[in-house]
Structure formats: structure tokens, C-alpha cells
Design a protein around this ligand. Structure first.
Ligand SMILES: Nc1nc2c(ncn2[C@@H]2O[C@H](COP(=O)(O)OP(=O)(O)OP(=O)(O)O)[C@@H](O)[C@H]2O)c(=O)[nH]1
Length: 385
């Protein structure tokens, strides 16, 4: 699937950069064009892969290139005010070569959280191609305001896109990974998952897939809107070295191949989702199995599809393969689209609502508290003027 990629805010830009890294390392060409949009000049300068002339600074007259400081209403305002600048960049996109748009942003801050839904709405207004969002949820240790921002942006973003793919920074941390050392490894993980999905149907040299996951398979899986979570797992291959004279590797046993695929797909679905969700609440699903061609099997993929049908209770499960000859592992990627039972979103909304109540109550008490602080109780002290 060919996409136009728009990274909004710092997280959006960095994840877009990571997706371009993945593309450069893979055999496929799936990003037609990229645009980074931010209100912080330094964040735009820090990007590596997105071309300099595809970086758009918004909100300069209001925030002077310093970002929105986790104020996502300001994020909305600067995007709306500078929509012409954004439109200018979008106008340059070779839209005839694009199957869909992908707008990426961290939902906890100001710029990405506020501007991404505005940009998605504008893309939907201008083009007939689907507009997907990739929203990153903040870690729960980031604090109330980030959670409230994410809860508000989530509601709006879901409404403005054709489907919102969600990645929860918290789920990554709970899986035992650390957020320390920056977000580099988490961004690589996001890029890998999207990369496998989007590049599977865009292989330009043999071996070609037996069962191609093309753009229409992805679009049909994401049709109907809502929220999507993506599972991924891989199984390391113990491949014999080729020896001095490049002996051909013996073909693996068929039963082992099938078992490896089905186990990997189960692991991807049950323990490794970008947003933990009750699998039974899935509306549509898609499975892609990648690896060296001799480790891919129609029987294995069919078995995984059937297993997913049973597990999700939906009959709409699509599937295909993505041969990568030099890969050292077999990977299973599972897209669960239209999930509705997602405890983390409920938690986010609950904490967000508490934070909002707390902020409102404090704002109401503040004028009186400040008056008490500034004026001496008996009014004996005269102000200067
Ligand atoms: N996965 C991932 N998450 C990130 C990254 N950087 C920030 N985040 C998350 O995204 C949220 C928003 O942060 P930023 O993207 O820096 O914020 P912004 O959209 O630029 O907005 P302002 O800085 O407030 O103008 C944070 O609360 C983090 O949860 C990143 O590189 N990767």
C-alpha cells in the first residue's frame, strides 16, 4: 500500500522518520511522500530522514517556534490558523500515486494532539483516499494533563479519520521494555509493525508473495472506522550456515513450518498488541506472515486465519504472506480492526475526567485564594497606586 505520511508534533515526526528508516532497509517502496508539521523549530531541525523542504513550521506568530507546551487547544488553534501552510505542503503530494494518508502524532502533548485531528479533517475534505491516524498514548506515569490531552484528542481524532491505529507507550513499558534511552527502540517497533503491513503488497523483486496483501485488503480491513490494534511476534530461525561451497540449505519439515507460523501468530495476537484489547471485540482482522519463502506455507497461514476467526468470532479475517529471503526469523503480524473492548482507553478517560474536574475546581477557587494572599486581612496596608 502506498501512503503519504504526515508526522505531526515531535513524536509524529520521529515516528515518521523511523518508518522511513524501515523503508530504506526493506525491499519495498511504500512511502510516496512525507511531511513533518510542528510548532517547535528545534524538533523539525532534529529530524533526519524527512527532507528539509517537507518540514512545515506552524504557529510561528503565536508561539515563536517554541512549541505548544502540552496545550492541545493551542495545537488546534495554530493548525487552524496556519492551515494554508499545511495545505501548501499537501498540495505538493503526488496524490494520484497514493492509496491512503497516514497522520501520526503523540496524543499527550500540545501540537500533535491538537493539530493532527485538524489536519486529518482537512485531508478528508480535500481527498477521496482514506485518511488513517496513528495515535500514540502517553505513559500513565506522565501525569494527569498528558492523560487528559490524550483522552480529548483520542475522541476527536477517531471521529476525523477512517480508522485510528493506536500505540500505547504504557503497554510497551509493561511488556518489560524501558522507555529510558529515549524513544528510539519504541519508534523502531512501531515502524516495524507498520512497515510489514504496508510493504507486504509492495514487493518489487522476486520472490513475490503467494497470497498478496494489497492495498484493498488493508483498506477493507480498516473499513468501518473505529480503533485498531496491531500484534507482532517473531520466531528466530536456527538456519545452518551455508558452508564453504554455499551448500543449499535443506528444506524445513512442513509440519514444523506450519506449527511455527501458527504459534507465532498466536503469540502476536494474545500477548503483543500495540493497544491491549479484548480480541473477541474485533470487527475485522488481517494476518501477514513474513520470512524466508521456504518457511512460509499456505497451510500455516490458512490455519492461522481459521484460528483468528475462532478467537475473534468474526468471519472477516484476511491473510497473506511476505517473503523476505534473507530474514533470520518468521514474523506474524495481526491487525485487529474495530476493537471495542479496550480497558486502557476506559482508564485513560477516567483519569482524564478526574484531571479535568480537578483543574476546573482549582480554577474556580483560585481568584478568591489569590485575593486572600495579596490583601492583608485588615486592609491596613495601602497599595502603591
Ligand atoms: N512513541 C513515542 N512517543 C513519544 C515520542 N516523543 C514523545 N512521545 C509521546 O508523545 C507525547 C507528546 O509529546 P510530543 O510529541 O513531544 O509533543 P508535541 O506534539 O510536539 O507537542 P508540544 O511539545 O506540547 O508542542 C508525549 O506525552 C509522549 O507520550 C517518541 O519519540 N516516541
Amino acid at each position: 500500500m502506498k501512503i503519504a505520511l504526515l508526522g505531526v508534533g515531535q513524536a509524529g515526526g520521529k515516528v515518521a522518520d523511523a518508518i522511513l528508516d524501515y523503508e530504506a532497509a526493506s525491499r519495498a517502496d511504500f512511502v510516496t511522500d512525507t511531511v513533518a508539521i510542528n510548532s517547535a523549530r528545534a524538533d523539525l531541525l532534529g529530524l533526519e530522514r524527512i527532507p528539509v523542504d517537507r518540514r512545515v513550521l506552524i504557529g510561528q506568530s503565536r508561539v515563536k517556534g517554541h512549541g505548544c507546551g502540552a496545550d492541545n487547544e493551542l495545537g488546534v488553534t495554530v493548525a487552524e490558523e496556519d492551515l494554508d501552510e499545511v495545505r501548501g505542503a499537501i498540495d505538493d503530494l503526488p496524490v494520484h500515486e497514493v492509496d491512503a494518508f497516514l497522520v501520526v502524532a503523540g496524543l499527550g502533548g500540545g501540537t500533535g494532539s491538537g493539530a493532527a485531528p485538524v489536519i486529518a479533517r482537512e485531508l478528508s475534505r480535500l481527498y477521496t483516499e482514506p485518511v488513517y491516524g496513528l495515535g500514540i498514548l502517553p505513559g500513565s506515569d506522565e501525569g494527569g494533563i498528558y492523560t487528559l490531552n490524550a483522552a480529548r484528542s483520542f475522541q476527536t481524532f477517531v471521529r476525523e479519520v477512517d480508522n485510528l491505529l493506536v500505540f500505547d507507550n504504557d503497554a510497551w513499558r509493561r511488556s518489560g521494555e524501558s522507555l529510558r534511552g529515549g524513544y528510539a527502540s519504541i519508534n523502531e517497533e512501531i515502524a516495524r509493525r507498520l512497515g510489514v503491513l504496508l510493504s507486504a503488497g509492495e514487493v518489487s523483486e522476486p520472490p513475490f508473495p503467494e497470497s498478496v496483501v494489497d492495498a484493498s485488503e488493508i483498506i477493507n480491513t480498516l473499513a468501518g472506522g473505529g480503533v485498531t490494534t496491531i500484534g507482532y511476534a517473531n520466531s528466530q530461525l536456527d538456519r545452518p550456515s551455508r558452508g564453504l561451497f554455499g551448500r543449499r540449505e535443506p528444506d524445513p519439515n512442513e509440519t514444523d513450518v506450519v506449527n511455527r507460523i501458527t504459534t507465532t501468530v498466536r503469540r502476536a495476537t494474545l500477548g503483543n498488541l500495540t493497544l491491549p484489547a479484548n480480541v473477541e471485540s474485533t470487527e475485522r482482522a488481517l494476518v501477514v506472515v513474513s520470512g524466508p519463502p521456504q518457511y512460509l506455507s499456505r497451510k500455516g497461514i490458512e490455519g492461522s486465519r481459521r484460528w483468528l476467526e475462532e478467537e475473534t468470532g468474526t468471519m472477516e479475517v484476511r491473510g497473506g504472506d511476505y517473503p523476505i529471503p534473507k530474514s533470520d526469523y518468521v514474523a506474524g503480524l495481526v491487525v485487529l480492526s474495530g476493537v471495542t473492548d479496550v480497558p486502557r482507553i476506559k482508564e485513560l478517560q477516567q483519569i482524564g475526567a478526574e484531571t479535568q474536574r480537578n483543574l476546573k475546581a482549582r480554577a474556580e477557587q483560585r481568584p478568591e485564594a489569590l485575593r486572600d494572599l495579596v490583601w492583608d486581612g485588615d486592609g491596613e496596608i495601602d497599595p502603591l497606586f
